[in-house]
Design a protein around this ligand. Structure first.
Ligand SMILES: Cc1cc2nc3c(=O)[nH]c(=O)nc-3n(C[C@H](O)[C@H](O)[C@H](O)COP(=O)(O)OP(=O)(O)OC[C@H]3O[C@@H](n4cnc5c(N)ncnc54)[C@H](O)[C@@H]3O)c2cc1C
Length: 270
């Protein structure tokens, strides 16, 4: 499997990356960790003429606390997030979820920004970011804009980012002291989630329960109205549209969503 020919352009600053993207428009693609884009190129499902490599840009690799918000640079790799002291204290759900992605090699190359922009509903970080009420910061030719996570996942592999825009950082309210949990159901140890559930502070994000990562709104509303965990979790599959496949039917995934939500809420309440 060999990709179609492309020109490799390496950006040495964010500004340079933005200039390269602006001058090549729809013909260019950003390359971060390459763990989603390169497989697509090898399968020829993506064939950009230009690859703008932002992988080396350390200026987009950081985690810090700013006025009660946790701010994560888009190029932060999973392997760094797992052990980041700021994240462990103020957004432990994201640190933990990062450690559950793929295998060691994937976690050493893959970036949180790449996962969010790739917008695969089977990926783990998008549901965690959604449950964290995060805001995604993008920079492009017309400056910076902030997009709430709830408005970022428009459809399968589709986000509101323009071709000349970069996702630069993810901001979320600090979750210090809030109960959290992640339940990921896989066939084999390092597989993608058949279904996953992220919980933090009473908010619930679902992995692989539709074309986009979802919030289990009926469950959240029931909890806010004082329902028991058991009753609230029974509503976790409301409004979802999970994939229907021979190895996991839609009905089976709905069942998993209810069971995993009950487990995650119970864990988060301890
Ligand atoms: C074997 C394997 C197993 C995996 N298992 C899991 C798993 O269990 N759970 C899981 O969640 N994921 C899994 N993944 C996916 C992995 O998390 C990817 O690394 C991640 O989805 C993409 O991050 P990346 O940095 O590699 O992005 P890339 O592949 O470099 O880019 C992905 C897309 O995002 C765009 N992009 C990247 N960064 C930016 C940016 N800052 N601004 C604008 N556009 C950008 C690119 O143009 C491209 O369209 C797996 C991948 C592999 C290969």
């Amino acid at each position: 499997m060999i990709p179609a020919p492309f020109q490799y352009l390496r950006a040495s600053t964010v500004d340079e990356a933005l200039t390269l993207l602006a001058s090549h428009g729809d013909d260019a693609k950003v390359l971060a960790g390459g763990h989603s884009l390169l497989p697509l190129m090898k399968l020829r499902l993506a064939a950009p003429e230009y690859l703008v490599d932002i992988g080396p840009l350390d200026e987009l690799r950081y985690v810090r606390l700013e006025d009660g918000e946790v701010v994560i640079g888009a190029l932060s790799r999973y392997s760094a997030l797992v052990q980041d002291p700021v994240l462990l204290e103020h957004a432990p759900l994201l640190a933990h979820v990062s450690g559950e992605v793929g295998d060691r090699q994937v976690r050493h190359r893959g970036t949180i920004g790449g996962s969010l922009v790739h917008a695969d509903s089977a990926a783990d970080l998008p549901a965690a970011v959604l449950a964290s009420d995060a805001v995604l910061v993008a920079r492009g030719p017309s400056g910076e804009r902030r997009i709430p996570a709830a408005e970022f996942f428009l459809g399968p592999f589709t986000t509101p980012l323009e071709p000349a825009e970069l996702l630069t950082e993810i901001r979320l309210p600090a979750q210090t002291g809030q109960g959290w949990a992640f339940e990921k159901f896989t066939r084999r140890a390092i597989d993608w989630a058949m279904v996953g559930v992220t919980v933090v502070g009473g908010r619930v994000g679902l992995v692989n329960m539709g074309g986009v990562p979802l919030r289990a709104t009926a469950t959240e509303e029931a909890l806010a109205a004082g329902a028991s965990i058991e009753d609230a979790a029974a509503l976790a599959a409301e409004g979802t549209n999970p994939p229907d496949e021979p190895h996991a039917t839609a009905e089976y995934r709905r069942h998993l969503a209810r069971v995993l939500t009950r487990r995650a809420l119970t864990q988060a309440s301890r």
